[in-house]
Design a protein around this ligand. Structure first.
Ligand code: ADP
Length: 482
């Protein structure tokens, strides 16, 4: 089966969040299961020819857009025995950010990603590559199914091509002014409530949902939640209509990249057999981050600093925890200015107990997973949440709000039975978070035996991509049978 995986970000080429991890790891697992996979993404500034040994494939890829034909370039490189392709168009992609800069989206994102979608389709045609499945991810690739079912409907080239569309986060939809529709080249007739129209705007995510053959999202609970008014971000009705074609498949993580036994980015390597080595990682990190070394429980957060991630309740609960308990925090993230400022102000107040690191730092993320005792993710909503899965692998116990994928991945600790994989709470309040953190601290301070048992058990769980990739393959087959 020939699969083309389309993603606006793919690790290690580009990354802003979990989608990049998924797009980098799922193809490898698919390939191991016998699929012929190619990947395609924009050639952003960070995707340099030198760093990734890119070779030119087509110098003049013709892409119809804005009623004319524009030229793009197509590049490729080897990625673990697969071909990874990149659409080059400097005016659109040779920029500092992927989707925007300093928390603001680029103003021409409608055009940047309409162009990308059209270029993906044209690169198939112009290289003679006929995928069985085009697997699209998030709103940036949402127009691909729409183009295929409208402009390319009668093109025999794509007669046997089916589309799978994965929603990684329904909160990001790609909403644009309806006046931009002619720019995309789609017929005006798609601007109706059943198709691209969404409260007076065009909605790229909706295009993906409406026109793809199968829709997936990244956990079972999130697949249910997005069909409700509270979590559907306005698209719950559209999703309910397509509920028969909507599936939840939990993400895995890349077990080679995230492996405490071999990870070159952490201070000391270890396995579940020697969790005492985590202490040395912790001590080194505390030193590097100028945190006082005491055996206080270290709580880590690695997150985009967005409303979705529950940073507001985290900020409030942190202050109470710091006042009342012996704890230290290490935080890595970037995003909304208000959260960056609030966190930095706490770190000024608690100089050697709170380390706040604003920015995106892959190496530091690894060190934090390998060092912190608890990994905090109190999300307001969470499609999957890779953080706790990585935390498990490194023996950091997750503390999460039970929503979306977090509800599926974290089993709340039961003090009577001394069972669970982490700690979770339901109410989205500072108080619920605070009280749950207190339970975690209690375990840390009073029952090291159970704590260590949980760490070991968590490290031994399997959250790799192997089984999850098989679920995608079953869906690809189902799409093809139609
Ligand atoms: P989302 O995709 O919503 O951002 P996930 O938890 O699913 O959330 O995935 C986030 C991924 O990005 C994880 O691999 C996490 O370690 C990483 N990450 C998030 N913020 C940062 C950061 N500031 N620096 C380094 N890695 C980060």
């Amino acid at each position: 089966m020939k699969i083309l995986l389309v993603s606006p970000e793919i690790f290690p080429f580009s990354k802003t969040g979990g989608l990049a991890d998924v797009a980098g790891a799922l193809p490898r697992a698919l390939q191991k299961n016998g699929m012929e996979v190619k990947l395609i993404s924009p050639k952003y500034r960070c995707v340099t020819e030198k760093d990734f040994s890119l070779e030119p494939v087509i110098g003049d890829l013709k892409v119809p857009i804005k009623n004319t034909i524009e030229s793009a370039s197509l590049w490729k490189t080897d990625y673990n025995g697969m071909e990874a392709y990149f659409i080059g168009k400097d005016v659109y992609y040779n920029r500092e950010g992927l989707y925007g800069i300093e928390g603001r989206d680029y103003e021409d994102n409608a055009e940047r990603f309409a162009f990308f979608c059209r270029a993906v389709i044209e690169s198939c045609r112009q290289t003679g590559y006929k995928p069985d499945i085009i697997h699209c991810n998030d709103w940036q690739s949402g127009l691909i199914p729409a183009y295929l079912k409208t402009l390319y409907k009668d093109d025999p080239f794509f007669h046997h091509t089916k589309t799978v569309f994965t929603i990684h986060n329904i909160g990001y939809q790609g909403l644009f002014e309806p006046g931009l529709l002619p720019m995309t080249g789609l017929p005006q007739s798609v601007y109706n409530m059943e198709e691209l129209e969404f409260y007076g705007k065009i909605n790229y995510l909706k295009a993906g949902i409406v026109f793809s053959d199968i829709i997936t999202t990244v956990s079972k609970t999130y697949a249910e939640e997005i069909q409700t008014k509270d979590y559907g971000a306005g698209l719950d009705g559209v999703l309910r209509k397509r509920r028969k074609d909507l599936y939840g498949i939990m993400n895995g993580i890349d077990y080679e990249k995230w492996n405490p036994q071999t990870d070159p980015l952490i201070y000391v390597n270890y396995t579940y057999r020697k969790i005492s080595a985590r202490k040395r990682n912790k001590k080194n990190l505390q030193k590097e981050m100028k945190l006082a070394y005491r055996d206080y429980p270290l709580i880590g957060i690695i997150s985009r600093l967005a409303t979705q991630k529950g940073i507001d309740i985290a900020v409030s609960a942190m202050q109470t925890l710091l006042k009342k308990h012996q704890v230290e925090f290490i935080i890595l993230g970037e995003g909304d200015r208000q959260y960056e400022d609030a966190l930095q102000s706490i770190s000024r107040k608690y100089k050697n107990r709170v380390s706040v690191n604003i920015g995106f730092d892959e190496a530091l993320a690894h060190k934090i997973y390998a060092s912190c005792d608890f990994f905090l993710m109190p999300s307001l909503y969470e499609p999957c949440g890779l953080g706790p899965l990585i935390a498990y692998r490194y023996g950091a116990i997750p503390v999460v709000r039970a929503t979306g994928g977090l509800k599926d991945s974290v089993k709340n600790f039961n003090p009577k039975k001394k069972e669970g994989t982490g700690f979770s709470f339901r109410a989205y309040t500072e108080d619920a978070l605070y009280r749950t953190m207190e339970k975690a601290l209690y375990l840390y301070n009073n029952d090291k035996e159970t704590l260590n048992k949980i760490i070991k058990q968590d490290m031994k769980m399997d959250w790799s991509w192997e089984e999850q990739a098989k679920k995608y393959i079953r869906l690809y087959r189902r799409a093809i049978k139609r």
